[in-house]
Design a protein around this ligand. Structure first.
Ligand code: PLP
Length: 421
């Protein structure tokens, strides 16, 4: 495999590389300070293409969960490789449309949609609004009536399936706020039948949660959708698609996950077994398309020894990368210019919160700069300006070269908008 297929790697001298080019070189070409995100667009594109090929000739749509990383360059790379979009807000939907994603390749998910988001989705005539309750169907119907349009909808089913993942990223169990409980589906079907002049049921969907290591729970929840699809069809109602959601895990260094192709193949096989192979199979991967192909580069600001602990303070904090504070997630942190050493340090950010802590890492000699790996998903999109810290820069790399730089807005911009408030 070529280095550009794997995002982060190391060259013979032990220097960290992205897309086959040393990160030090990319930093100096991009002319950015730290903290800065670097993304390998070529690797992301390859990932999409590889996943698409796993569907064979099955009709399918990879609806990239744009919440994972909404950078225009990344969305362009992924959709140019053939994917559509799973949006969860009017903003994400508008972004997809501005990047020329075809309406029928976009679904709008989300547990609570604003009226104007529903209006936008109906107006754009996207593949479907994925409704999460009977009450939401009632609102969609009202808005469709006002617009004198028929809204294309799917029902997001809560499959009542537990997954072996952090509680904050499990979405398909009974206590989760997401989706329509199986017991409420008959009411939803009845409502849709009565309101056919304003609502068209085109799909059934689910999303069981994130960071799945193997397809087991995915297929278990997909079966719930298949049961519902067979029932709907037996009532003589046509469907266009089933959507089994995203959630394919990646390896953050401690626990490998099966590749997304395995999930796609298992899903195709299930649909055929269930005699639903003529329906379009929609999947909603986010993390697995981008997570492994981004890194966050930070500089060491300070180190200290207190008692037996060795601390290293870097200039990236929980405002730049929230996952460790939010989910107790671990990201590998390594020196930029040398392979990891033996000596372990506790790496923390500068934010005034005890949760601004990236854990223990074998850095060896204290380096000037570090790379935080696997930071392509749920990283920049969750960043904030907490503690008066401007958003980090983003550098987009294609074929090992800097293609585009989105500089940090900087401290002046932060001062201006806070003074304006
Ligand atoms: N679809 C829905 C409805 C989601 O809520 C999410 C993540 O939260 C995803 C897809 C993408 O999940 P992942 O990034 O784990 O593939």
């Amino acid at each position: 495999m070529k280095a550009s297929e794997v995002g982060f790697s190391r060259n013979e001298a032990g220097h960290a590389t992205l897309g086959g080019t040393s990160l030090s070189e990319l930093i100096s070409t991009a002319d950015v300070g730290t903290p800065a995100y670097f993304y390998d667009l070529s690797a992301m594109k390859k990932r999409v293409k590889k996943m698409r090929s796993a569907f064979g000739n099955a009709p399918h749509l990879i609806a990239y969960a744009i919440k994972a990383n909404s950078a225009g360059s990344i969305v362009r790379a992924i959709t140019e490789a053939g994917a559509g979009i799973d949006a969860v807000s009017g903003g994400e939907l508008q972004l997809a449309r501005k990047l020329n994603v075809a309406p029928r390749k976009i679904v709008l998910s989300g547990v609570a949609k604003r009226d104007e988001e529903i209006e936008l989705a109906i107006g754009e005539d996207i593949l479907a609004l994925q409704a999460e309750s009977v009450e939401e169907l009632q609102r969609i119907r009202q808005i469709a009536k006002k617009l004198n349009k028929i809204a294309r909808v799917s029902l997001r089913i809560n499959p009542s399936v537990q997954i072996d993942s952090h509680a904050h990223i499990a979405t398909g169990h009974d206590a989760a706020k997401f989706g329509i409980a199986k017991s409420d589906l008959p009411e939803a079907y009845d409502f849709l039948k009565r309101e056919q002049s304003s609502l068209r049921l085109v799909g059934l969907s689910t999303h069981v949660g994130s960071m799945l290591k193997s397809p087991d729970a995915y297929i278990k929840s997909a079966k719930v959708v298949c049961d519902a699809a067979r029932l709907v069809r037996s009532q003589g109602r046509p469907l266009e698609y089933v959507d089994f959601g995203g959630g394919f895990g990646i390896d953050y260094g401690d626990d490998p996950a099966e590749p997304p192709q395995n999930f796609a193949q298992a899903a195709v096989q299930l649909l055929r077994e269930q005699e639903l192979g003529d329906l379009t199979l929609v999947v909603e991967p986010g993390r697995s398309l981008v997570g492994s192909y981004g890194v966050l580069v930070a500089s060491v600001l300070q180190s200290k020894k207190s008692g037996n602990r060795r601390w290293v303070m870097i200039d990236a904090g929980m405002n730049d990368l929230l996952r460790p504070a939010l989910y107790q997630a671990t990201h590998r942190i390594e020196p930029l210019g040398a392979t990891p050493g033996e000596l372990v340090h506790r790496v923390v950010g500068p934010v005034c919160e005890s949760t601004d802590d990236f854990g223990e890492h074998a850095l060896g000699e204290i380096p000037e700069q570090v790379v935080i790996r696997d930071a392509g998903a749920y990283a920049f999109t969750m960043a904030s300006e907490y503690n008066g810290r401007p958003l980090p820069a983003e550098v987009f790399v294609a074929d090992g070269k800097v293609q585009h730089v989105n500089p940090s807005p900087g401290i002046k911009a932060w001062l201006q908008h806070r003074l304006r408030a």
